[in-house]
Design a protein around this ligand. Structure first.
Ligand code: OAD
Ligand code: ZN
Length: 259
């Protein structure tokens, strides 16, 4: 059950979005938690079990691709994961003409599968892979059977073991065009909605500050407090899959009464 203070915050968030001309959404691992994908930080976070330096850095991958792949197999659960009501709520806000862009740190492609069309993937996605030695590119499907048998992909052209999904690992730069576009979208936003991110990984976590300093009204929906809560006008602590559909419901009500 939601408390009355939550309902009041949901109403305020809906009002900001309904009146906005250019709303931008920024998401992190927390939005996919209700789809069964583990987050990185927090109680059951992946970084409690794995050392990010070992399994999620470019140096770690170079040292030991197998450790990276073993970690990725756990994340692979995401290939069978489905979008949840939070992803669908954001896609619906885009269809209503309110949300103009989604910027995500996630690599799971669940926004697109829920129907969001303008998605900036700051950390890449698992859709494509590339051989670090001969640059040959592959799609996920090329290796699905192999990975399901817990085998490690190997380049079919040059035999290298360094076939890496085009996701951003620690120690690698973000794709510069995507980052540039995400900065532009954040500048342009008059409403900026953060969902499910601890806001500690840079440069991604810079984007809410860019939006704020350009005058956007700021909303965050996150299970726990973040270090950036103080820059937000509306802070809602709760499950994205519960809160976002309620915000959409209210936006529709407000829109209905405005027309
Ligand atoms: P984190 O795991 O750091 O943070 C996820 C946030 O989501 C936490 O603050 C949780 O409280 C919150 N959360 C969990 N379940 C939720 C739910 N059902 N509804 C709402 N909020 C929920 O994930 P990110 O901020 O995405 O980068 O992490 C940023 C980057 O760190 C990732 O992209 C990844 C990681 O290392 C790279 O690998 C380069
Ligand atoms: Zn190769």
């Amino acid at each position: 059950m939601l408390e009355s203070s939550d309902i009041e915050k949901i109403n305020r968030a809906a009002e900001i979005l309904a009146k906005s001309k250019y709303a931008v959404v920024f998401t992190g691992a927390g939005i996919s938690a209700e789809s069964g994908i583990p987050t990185f930080r927090g109680e059951d976070g992946l970084w409690k079990k794995y050392d990010p330096e070992e399994v999620a850095s470019i140096q770690g991958f170079r040292r030991n691709p197998r450790a990276f792949w073993e970690f990725s197999m756990e994340l692979m659960k995401k290939t069978s994961a489905e979008p949840n009501p939070a992803h669908y709520a954001i896609a619906e806000l885009e269809k209503m003409g309110i949300v103009k862009a989604v910027i995500t740190q996630n690599i799971d492609m669940l926004h697109q599968r829920a129907g969001s069309r303008k998605v900036y993937e700051l950390h890449g996605s698992i859709e494509k892979l590339k051989c670090l030695d001969c640059r040959e590119e592959y799609t996920w499907e090329d290796f699905t059977d192999l990975i399901q048998n817990s085998e490690i992909p190997r380049c079919r052209v040059c035999g290298s073991w360094y076939v890496k999904p085009k996701v951003v690992l620690f120690g690698e730069p973000l794709p510069s065009t995507v980052l540039y576009q995400a900065i532009e979208e954040s500048r342009r936003a008059d409403a900026f909605l953060v969902v499910g991110s601890s806001l500690v990984v840079y440069p991604a976590a810079e984007l809410p500050y860019i939006a704020k300093s350009n005058g956007a009204k700021m909303i965050i929906v996150n299970d726990e407090c973040t270090i950036a809560d103080s820059i937000f006008d509306v802070v809602i602590h709760g499950k994205a899959g519960v809160i976002l559909p309620k915000i959409v419901e209210k936006v529709k009500e407000i829109r209905g009464s405005m027309s």
